[in-house]
Ligand binder design. Sequence first.
Ligand code: NAD
Length: 428
Amino acid sequence: MSTTPTQQEAEPEEQYDSALVTARRQLERAATHIDVDEGVIERLKHPTKVQQVSVPLERDNGEVEVFTGYRAQHDDVRGPYKGGLRYHPEVTAEECTGLSMWMTWKCAVMDLPFGGGKGGIAIDPKSLSADETERLTRRFAEEIRDVVGPTKDVPAPDMGTDAQTMAWFMDAYSMQQGETIPGVVTGKPPVIGGSYGREEAPGRSTAIAAREAIQYEGHEVSETTVAVQGFGSVGANAARLLEDWGATIVAVSDVNGALYDPDGLSTHEIPTHDEEAEAVLEQDAPQTISNEDVLELDVDVLIPAAVGNVITADNADAVEADIVVEGANGPTTFAADTILEERDVTVIPDILANAGGVTVSYFEWLQDINRRQWTLEEVNEELEDKMLSAWADVREEVEAKDLTWRDAAYVVALSRIAEAKATRGLWP
Ligand code: NAD
């Protein structure tokens, strides 16, 4: 079944806004700062298409269960749709649509030749054996085969999926196409066309964004204190790089709480979520504190890198950091953002800070198409270049229009999309 929403649905009253509400609000806000055709804004409030499929799965005990999968495609004016596939019980068409819009802005602010996509299956991945995950993934690949492809829509790992999931997806797609097509997904293991440095990339870009923000505010990284919430792929890689560059990492946390040492933690010695899940509190440190306390520490830089909606109207006044760098997607609610702005706290938005993931996905796609693997050094150098270039573009808007970094990032993204639409024109 394929549905194309044309009307704005009634939005649910939730404690925090959904990704779709936030994405639309950011779009409207950015539109007030630039001269864009109303029709373009209206178009961008809706996805091009949301594909909904049924995914039957034969469980290990022989029983068949049917799950619902989605692929939302927001806008492809600048290139193929790009975005994650997540396996999570709360995956819905609306959530995928909102997240696909965020991907459109993220790709555009990084000036990548992609539009936004997102999809997944409403399922608890922990309830599946490895064999069941493989069967589910292969069947899902088959169900959405018509709408994906290296020049159409390129999925990547997300919550509940990983490099192995992408390998199965790529294999299933390739088998049906009759040839090996590595560029249909990114985030694969390097042995089948994945890119070196992909896993570390969102943490690396978060660290680069933090470094640039620190220097922009006139400080040295080596004289900076940093607190990081979440010690997974994003948080741990960002913390370790910033420590390597001389920063003092005073706190890191996992879901159970945080280690705190005002003299600085040795972040390379603390296992990441991947190395040993939820083992942060098992390490030695002078003090342990709660995840709420991490957000309120008197540090120079705070990096929320765990989950969304952690800085809210309830605690934004208590944030002591001068700079917040969003490693996680959507860690700051709209209300909190306003409070932080009033308090002159610099917030570097997720669509810029953690965009290293999609940027190295773009590098992976290029490597797949050209059949040439880059070294880790090449990947990191190119990522550094892309981040500095996006940083400069956003900074220009911050300074020219006196905007927050978030508004400026959306203005950069929307300007590029609007210009592409105006240049291509509307057909027929
Ligand atoms: P991960 O699973 O590797 O690690 C998450 C970490 O956060 C773990 O240490 C976990 O214990 C901790 N955590 C979980 N719930 C928490 C809570 N309620 N409070 C405090 N800590 C909690 O995840 P990740 O890949 O690092 O992703 C983190 C965030 O970054 C997510 O918002 C994700 O969407 C975003 N992100 C990830 C990528 C990527 O490619 N990995 C790219 C862009 C954005």
